[in-house]
Design a protein around this ligand. Sequence first.
Ligand SMILES: [Mg+2]
Length: 373
Amino acid sequence: MERAVTSQPGMKSKIRRVDAYLVDLMPERPRTDAIQSFVKQETIFVEVENDEGAVGVGYAYTIGTGGRAVLAHLRHDLLGLLTGEDANQIEAVWQKLFWSTHGTVVGAITSLALAAIDTALWDLRCKSLGQPLWRLAGGAKREVPLYDTEGGWLQLSTEELVEGAIAAKRQGWPGVKVKVGKPRPGEDFERLSAVREAVGADLDIMVDANQSMTYAEAKRRAQLFEPLQLFWFEEPLPAEDMSGHARLAASTSIPIAVGESIYSPSHFREYLAAGAASILQPDVARLGGITPWLKVAHLAETFNVKVAPHFLMELHVSLAAAVPNALYVEHIPQLRSITRESLQISNGVAVAPDTPGIGIDWDFEKIDHLKVE
Ligand SMILES: [Mg+2]
């Protein structure tokens, strides 16, 4: 154990200081999909310190816009409500904040703000108890498989996709994601066929349309893709179009994966109840933090559905390890420039960090250097 337990069971952990700031991180490589480019990662940090001097650090992110709005929401509306609260009553604090800003929920800006606070509280809780997140949040298993997304962006040529997939297979990744949504369906098909032909049958290939299609277009492409043995078809339609997802799921044998654009556990329940999603991809930042993320994972379990969280592998690996129904974590490294130690990965399998806290070894010198607000 790295550090001594600082809290006694049953003791209050009174919040005495909170802070929020923003760090801009450039993507490690160009990332384009059918609807957008990953311009920069606006990383919104929250620090929560208790009356014993222990500090929890949490964060949320955007892919280029809105980060300053999240920061302003935190500073203007939310952080002031934390002082004096018991940091161990995470659910009570989350509910207090949620209801305090009820005119702006459920919404992306508020969910991201809540997530930055909630992950800071979990970090503080884990550190206070001397436990890693993966164990404190459930402790289902230590290791989680990853699939690689970095070789499958939409701007890449077919040759580059094929090279990326072959390299990924050689490096031991069990799966790769390829973006779809080219103007002509045949172009998507040719690109995917080339990848499948190059890697053979024993590599999972996920495809992701990033909400770019109509139901009719997604149905046509799903039929076209059927012979390619795809692992899942991700975000074929806008997240609002739940009935479209339900019809699509009924019309194809390819599992439909959704979740990165869903901001509330209740919306996940609607998807599950409608049979509109075969795999859930909850994003801890967009959902409002670890507290709601765990609810979604457990909810999925009751429907016999697996979760494969979206992005944020540095945090999601511990959450996926915490629950029994995690399928995959997505490999997109994005924190290497502000952390001292990278996620431990070998042969496509990540090991959840065993240090007390949420498992991210921040380099605060570099973070200070990159602070923009
Ligand atoms: Mg996606």
